[in-house]
Design a protein around this ligand. Structure first.
Ligand code: UDP
Length: 493
């Protein structure tokens, strides 16, 4: 079955991402691909987010794709958020997260008004799991409820099992290991490593919001996942079996950015001058010699922990790029950098990017030898697509699960041994978990010449090749996308 031969000109998919880079970026990538397959696509977002994606969307339109961005205003005042902060990563404090989700809720009616006038009439809305009022919008327009979940099927299955079996509640303390029953591999976790939903938040309203999102997602008609079957097929199948949910794995979506310009413009946060400066710097290093370090779009590690990371990187004596964006208690980190002389000592071999990096572009450069990541799901997949070993340093949300995928399921990386999640909004309660020596040792395990290192590299290359195959015409993700299009055509009758 291939929807390639079916006329799709009346099909119109509306994507409603939440405004956080880790959610918006993959949904825009995915929207571009649907449009390349001639499904009419509309992405709904706010003005400041739209600006960052307009360049990449314009390129798609130029090459004949039926895709557009439509905007609705972000309700700053009503939600108590400072003007100009339209994305999670631009909030001045993570304590504003509940306000941010209130703002999303208040966008329901403006979005409904917008959809009333869209032509062709929407055939389907794919909304982010945390855009909870997406369910009501689908009901209003009598459309199937399809969720985008920005994580893995491993995560979906693990959460489902823990919610049902509650084994984590039987442990005597938060650091005690328990085995998650019913997972395809023997997965051991501690309660300290679990996502927020399993540990009562300090804010009960926030906790309730997460529960509502999970409950609502469970009632959806299906879930679109940025993953591929060759990566976690057992988890996909088991999740479908135990929940009865429809799942379409259509990733890794970052691979839909074909050329260097696509990668640079994926989200337009860097000037062309900066991009060429970074690429030139990478060009000056031999293949597989540079460690790329980035802890995601939010970067919630405390300065004391980041200092250990800095000194660990210095101790490797290897070239590195460190994307030190955002950061909790940013000013303290900046002060340390200034006073300690770190930047001066690593000058020449250490490139610090104190803002945004064009991550996918940089990871695809052949000078990159390893990726030290916080294990956000997008970063994990992007590392897999780059075919380089990963050094895993999970911080928050489901990132400890993603570490398990890397270290245990795929075997393309090593862990630095972090022990507990940093709770967003509660960063001050976290402590230094990984010392400089451990960072250095872990990096050596993937950059050195040991026999095990060669095996890790081989597995990294093998999974990169499988990822590319999955998205090619006829590959598993290509077929999943065809199936989703076909399913929507079927609903339309
Ligand atoms: N990203 C980027 N440059 C940066 C920081 C992040 O391009 O400087 C991108 C990264 O490539 C990924 C997304 O932002 O696509 C972050 O998503 P992820 O799930 O890895 O982590 P999160 O930021 O949601 O914790």
């Amino acid at each position: 079955m291939d929807s390639g031969s079916t006329p799709l000109s009346h099909l119109h998919f509306v994507f409603i991402p939440i405004m956080a880079p880790g959610h918006l970026i993959p949904m825009v990538d995915m929207a571009k691909l649907f449009a390349r397959r001639k499904v009419n696509m509309t992405i709904v977002t706010t003005p400041l987010n739209s600006i960052q994606f307009q360049a990449t969307i314009d390129r798609e339109i130029k090459s004949g794709s039926p895709i557009q961005i439509q905007t609705v205003q972000f309700p700053f005042a009503e939600a108590g958020i400072p003007e100009g902060c339209e994305s999670q990563d631009t909030l001045p404090s993570m304590s504003l997260l509940p306000n941010f989700f209130t703002a999303l809720h208040k966008m329901q009616h403006p979005i409904q008004q917008l959809l009333e006038n869209l032509r062709p009439t929407p055939s389907c809305i794919i909304y982010d799991k945390y855009f909870v009022c997406g369910a009501e919008i689908c009901n209003k327009f009598n459309l199937p409820r399809i969720i985008f979940d920005g994580t893995s099927c491993f995560h979906l299955l693990c959460n489902h099992i823990l919610q049902k079996e509650k084994v984590h509640e039987g442990v005597s303390h938060h650091e005690e290991k328990f085995v998650v029953p019913g997972m395809p591999h023997r997965i051991e976790l501690t309660r300290s490593q679990l996502p927020g939903i399993f540990n009562l938040s300090t804010d009960p309203k926030w906790q309730r919001f997460r529960e509502v999102a999970e409950e609502s997602a469970a009632k959806a008609n299906g879930i679109v996942v940025n993953s591929f079957e060759e990566l976690e097929g057992e988890y996909v199948e088991e999740y479908k079996r135990v929940t009865g949910h429809k799942v379409w794995c259509v990733g890794p979506v970052s691979l839909f950015n074909n050329d260097e310009l696509d990668k640079a413009l994926r989200i337009n946060r860097n000037s062309p001058d900066d991009v060429s400066k970074y690429v030139k710097w990478l060009d000056s290093w031999p293949p597989r010699s540079v460690i790329y370090v980035c802890l995601g779009s939010l970067n919630r590690a405390i300065p004391e922990q980041l200092i250990e990371l800095a000194l660990g990187l210095e101790a490797t004596k290897r070239p590195f790029i460190w994307v030190l964006r955002g950061a909790y208690r940013k000013e303290e980190m900046e002060k340390w950098l200034l006073e300690d002389g770190f930047e001066e000592r690593v000058k020449g071999r250490g490139l610090l990017i104190k803002g945004w990096a064009p991550q996918v572009l940089m990871l695809s450069h052949n000078a990159i030898g390893a990726f030290l990541t916080h294990c956000g799901w997008n970063s994990t997949l992007e590392g897999i697509c780059a075919g380089v070993p990963l050094v895993t340093f999970p911080l928050y949300a489901e990132q400890f699960y993603n570490e398990k995928i890397v270290v245990q399921v795929v075997g393309n990386g090593v862990s630095v041994g972090a022990e507990s999640v940093v709770r967003l909004g509660d960063e001050d309660k976290s402590r230094v978990q990984v010392k400089r020596e451990t960072f250095k040792e872990s990096i050596e395990k993937v950059m050195g010449e040991a026999e095990e290192t060669q095996k890790i590299r081989e597995r990294a290359r093998k999974y990169r090749d499988m990822a590319w195959k999955a998205i090619e015409e006829g590959g598993s993700s290509y077929q999943n996308m065809s199936q989703l299009i076909e399913d929507i055509l079927h609903v339309e009758g």
